[in-house]
Write a protein that binds this ligand. Sequence first.
Ligand SMILES: NC(=O)c1ccc[n+]([C@@H]2O[C@H](COP(=O)([O-])OP(=O)(O)OC[C@H]3O[C@@H](n4cnc5c(N)ncnc54)[C@H](O)[C@@H]3O)[C@@H](O)[C@H]2O)c1
Ligand SMILES: [Fe+2]
Length: 381
Amino acid sequence: MKEFDIKTKIYFGEDALDRLRQINYKKVMIITDPYVISSGMIRLVEDKLKAAGIEYTVFSDVVPDPPISKITIGVKALQDVCPEAVIAIGGGSAIDSAKAIKEIYSKGNKLPSLPLIAIPTTSGTGSEVTAFSVISDPEQGKKFPLISDDMIPEEAILDVEFVKSVPADITANTGMDVLTHAIEAYVSKNNNEFSAALAEKSVEICGAFLLRSYLSNNDIHARTKMHVASCLAGLAFNSASLGINHSIAHALGARFHIPHGRANAMLLPHVIEFNSDINKHSKSKKEYLPCVKKYINLAKMLGLYNFNEITTVRALVNWIQFMNKEMEIPTSISQCGIDKDEYMSCLDELADNALKDSCTATNPRVPSKEDIMRILIDLYD
Ligand SMILES: NC(=O)c1ccc[n+]([C@@H]2O[C@H](COP(=O)([O-])OP(=O)(O)OC[C@H]3O[C@@H](n4cnc5c(N)ncnc54)[C@H](O)[C@@H]3O)[C@@H](O)[C@H]2O)c1
Ligand SMILES: [Fe+2]
């Protein structure tokens, strides 16, 4: 038996933030990152809460790739306030922090899970609708996804006001995270008709609007579309899960602090080549792996259909490489300034961590440790 459901109520479009004036809580805690405070974006939320007479406190000690130590500090802050609900405002790091903080707080105090309202300020992770929270353990050099349906936000507010300020490099990284979520969910072993529909729409929007979003933060139409695409991809992978692109990106991000979306973008051409067993030297065959058909569907949607199976998968890979180049995303680890000897000396550990990552189980092609090491080696230059 299969199951598909969407727990999160999604508010989007013009004035979506007005939803905050209608919520039924007397006291809330806002969990956010320092940028939201320094940029003044926090005032957009505070004004709505004040107008509705809702008492609030702010916890803003969130850092990118949230480590366990910051989660512990957040749990203590929540303990001191005892709010009725949590509002998370920020990128994936702030929303993931809020999920982990409120979950540890609720479980530790044997309380029902605290309601969570998520307001993303990047169009990337889809964390506003997922059961995932990615936490880092800097001492062990690992990132691990916590997964619990109790962490899926009750509400998500997609308001373009919050993504107008995202600079080009973060738009590129987070936008390629969206595309990777959609593609990995689409070819995942757990994919189904519902997740596929969501993933297809997300890929279609990325094709039409990611580059436009990158080129100008005044292109409000493109940014509105990418904000929706990010949420659609989140819904898709919340149902279908992901694959080794994310497993390897988690391992690389934890060890070398490459931004999450950037690591995904660099890996995506290599992972499609591995999953489809098609590379630039491939000759045509009678039969292809099942995910080849799926990559071809996506290529067709992007207007990349090209002669036969091999040339079409190659066209998809070429398009991703083109997008990376246009958005000045490095194409290799060496371009990220990471020392070759240092990188090569930890390949074994990186491959072990990627294999153990929970995203690996749903990859369309089962990888061996050698396969992951090969991808990592090819990624160097
Ligand atoms: N929970 C999930 O389902 C899921 C999925 C994918 C990734 N992740 C995790 O999410 C994290 C990455 O999240 P992210 O890519 O959204 O980035 P992020 O939250 O780490 O933010 C990156 C940077 O962008 C800044 N920023 C955020 N919003 C901004 C805005 N509107 N204007 C200007 N700057 C802004 C932040 O202050 C920060 O410096 C990683 O830890 C990753 O592993 C989670
Ligand atoms: Fe991601």
